[in-house]
Design a protein around this ligand. Structure first.
Ligand code: 13P
Length: 255
């Protein structure tokens, strides 16, 4: 399954709770200037909700796509402060990040909740970027495989033929925002495990065509080595996505 890499690389910038409107527009404009003609990888910008419309207008009909960082699983109703999949579609979002470790840790999102969100996103024709990854304690306790397997199986259960549309992001929690990157070998091992779990949920062909991003302190200096691994199909970028130069350099490393 790892013999041939025929998946298109996908690089997404997760801006988290950064960039007010004017800053978001400026960052998107700079990225667009450099990447409007770039087609070697899929590029996705995920600004905060408040900047989705403006960033969408900046990137316009370039190949750069828009993504959100979260959504609710219900289509509408009395859920103060929440945003639905249809609202994201209204703003021309193509992608939505779901189950990020910060949402799991700070907002108590469980695999069951993530699974509901994934189903709602797919039903609305959004591509979910579903995040999984172990904490430092879990890695040191030799639980990485069990934790990641459980997160993938539970977050992606019951999707039937839709599973193939999902993008998975492996983000070891100990590597997020810490400057500690997983080595390409450490990341590759977990990516291969994730692909085998995907095969058990669907079949080898489906799993072989699905894209699995790595996230956690990706920088221009380590991107090419990570993306060169057989089962690593791109990156989910946090800190380095907040500056056009570093994000663009990471994207260009993906060729
Ligand atoms: P950093 O790139 O800042 O480590 O963040 C990774 C991340 O959480 C992307 O979703």
């Amino acid at each position: 399954m790892t013999a041939m890499k025929y998946r298109k690389t996908i690089i997404a910038g997760n801006w988290k709770m950064n960039k007010a409107l004017a800053e978001a527009e400026a960052l998107a404009s700079e990225i667009k200037r450099e990447l409007a003609e770039f087609r070697e990888a899929d590029v996705v910008l995920c600004p905060p909700f408040t900047a989705l419309k403006a960033v969408g207008e900046v990137i316009g009909d370039t190949p750069i796509k828009l993504g959100a960082q979260n959504m609710h699983w219900e289509s509408d109703g009395a859920y103060t402060g929440e945003i639905s999949a249809a609202m994201l579609r209204d703003l021309y979002c193509h992608y939505v990040i779901l189950g990020h470790s910060e949402r799991r840790a700070y907002f108590r999102e469980t695999d069951t909740i993530v699974n509901r969100k994934v189903k709602a996103a797919l039903a609305a024709n959004l591509v979910p970027i579903v995040c999984v990854g172990e904490t430092l304690e879990e890695r040191e306790g030799d639980e990485t495989e069990a934790v990641v397997r459980r997160q993938v199986e539970r977050s992606l259960q019951g999707l039937g033929g839709e599973l193939g549309r999902v993008v998975v992001a492996y983000e070891p929690v100990w590597a997020i925002g810490t400057g500690k990157t997983a080595t390409p070998e450490q990341a590759q091992d977990v990516h291969a495990l994730i692909r085998s779990v995907l095969a058990s949920l669907a079949d080898d062909d489906t799993a072989g065509a699905m894209r699995i991003q790595y996230g956690g302190s990706v920088k221009p200096t380590n991107a090419a080595d990570l993306f060169g691994q057989p089962d690593i199909d791109g990156g989910l970028i946090g800190g380095a996505a907040l500056e056009a130069r570093s994000f663009v350099d990471i994207v260009k490393a993906a060729k």
